[in-house]
Design a protein around this ligand. Structure first.
Ligand SMILES: NC(=O)c1ccc[n+]([C@@H]2O[C@H](COP(=O)([O-])OP(=O)(O)OC[C@H]3O[C@@H](n4cnc5c(N)ncnc54)[C@H](OP(=O)(O)O)[C@@H]3O)[C@@H](O)[C@H]2O)c1
Length: 380
């Protein structure tokens, strides 16, 4: 039985991870659950899965939970609690299901212990992809993608020679604003931006999907996961979200991975790889889908995708600045403090202002993340 730590167990990916584990009795044991603050969602998880380790990052709900649990389980807290749990708790597989670059520090602890990392938290690879992949090689940690696009690419690459890959084609649904104009972005509401046509996800990634920054972050994530040049990573709009991504080889052959838009499949695969285990989730029925369509993204309208390609080209700490500024801008939009159309403005201004560093180490990455957040917080 494999032991599993879930960082972000109360979120969309975390809850789906627990659903997968529940559906495969006798295969996995939850030993650690870590969340930000929502102890009302965490408590029933603790009752059901009996973890040995629990972390609630925010101090006040952590204290409330300690009182309720009456010492039956130690509840760690704070950012240091997340890293401590990742470095001392007993687990074989670390599921990085939290949102934001704050996932980087605990993920590094898991890497240093040579664990299998099921990575949904793309921000970790966006801010420090080079360092994270170097460390995973050094410590023998295995990073398996949970993002559906990267899981698709990973599956298409099995048995293939990486030198024979011509390009990776990441598919994108286009989100809720696919058919809006750039001028419409001045007036879109929070509710409209959160109304994703195909996927039910946390708020931050849903806004990233509406701006297509999500695809930009995924291009950066793909570069590090598959060690491929950025000019070999294409994005194609595929509104049905049935083909999760493709790989084109030097002989012109294209392999694709298909599935319904349901994160349980990539989560299960990251847990069970290299095995595929029987499940009874709904299957793709192509005749009922009828049509799969594709077209190029409009980079003028979806400026965030263009900025992400450019930050990846600049390299160094630029993706870290991009990510931190985006996290702040999305938070401002979700709080009603800025218009949707200001998201790329805040990111561009931050990229202009924060000093470029071509070879950042981890300390510089953490510092750059902090500085960018402070700077972006002052913009509107
Ligand atoms: N949702 C999807 O379908 C999907 C698909 C592909 C990739 N991803 C990626 O997966 C990650 C999670 O996305 P999501 O949609 O599951 O997000 P979500 O629903 O917002 O859940 C986020 C989770 O992270 C926890 N969290 C947030 N900040 C934290 C902190 N500082 N310390 C500890 N825990 C923290 C939250 O705890 P509380 O509940 O206590 O706030 C919650 O458990 C993101 O990186 C996203 O890009 C998601």
């Amino acid at each position: 039985m494999k032991k599993v730590l879930v960082l972000g167990s109360t979120g969309s990916i975390g809850i789906n991870t627990l659903n997968v584990i529940r559906s495969l009795p006798g295969k996995f044991q939850i030993t650690a659950l870590m969340v930000n603050s929502r102890i009302d969602v965490l408590e029933p998880q603790i009752e059901e899965f009996h973890p040995e380790c629990v972390v609630v990052k925010e101090e006040i709900p952590a204290e409330q939970l300690r009182k309720k649990l009456k010492g039956k389980i130690e509840v760690l807290s704070g950012i240091s609690g997340l890293s401590k749990a990742a470095s001392v708790c007993d687990y074989d597989i670390f599921i990085g299901a939290m949102v934001g670059s704050a996932g980087l520090a605990p993920t590094i602890q898991a890497i240093k212990r040579g664990k299998r990392i099921g990575l949904a938290n793309k921000e970790t690879l966006v801010v420090a992809g080079e360092l994270v992949t170097q460390l995973s090689k050094l410590y023998g940690a295995e990073i398996l993608p949970i993002d559906s696009e990267h899981s698709a690419v990973f599956q298409c690459l099995i048995g293939e020679n990486l030198n024979q890959v011509e390009k990776i084609i990441l598919t994108a649904s286009g989100g809720p604003f696919l058919n809006k104009t750039k001028a419409d972005f001045l007036n879109v509401t929070i509710e409209e931006a959160l109304n994703h046509p195909n996927w039910k996800m946390g708020h931050k990634i849903t806004i990233d999907s509406a701006s297509m920054m999500n695809k930009g972050l995924e291009v950066i994530e793909a570069k590090w996961l598959f060690n491929i040049q950025q000019d070999k990573i294409d994005v194609v709009i595929h509104p049905q979200s049935i083909i999760h991504s493709m790989v084109q080889f030097v002989d012109g052959s294209v392999k694709a991975q298909l599935g319904l838009p349901d994160m349980k499949l990539p989560i299960q695969y990251a847990l069970t790889y290299p095995d595929r285990l029987q499940n009874y989730n709904p299957r793709v029925n192509l005749p009922s889908i009828k049509q799969l369509s594709f077209f190029e993204p409009d980079l003028d309208k979806f400026e965030c995708l263009k900025i992400a390609y450019s930050a990846l080209d600049s390299g160094g700490n630029a993706p870290c600045v991009l990510n931190a500024a985006n996290e702040i801008a999305v938070d401002k939009f979700l709080k009603g403090n800025i218009k949707f159309s200001r998201i790329p403005y805040i990111i561009n201004k931050s990229l202009e202002r924060i000093e470029h560093n071509t070879q950042p180490d981890l300390d510089i990455i953490f510092q750059c993340d902090r500085q960018t957040r402070e700077f972006a917080a002052g913009l509107s």
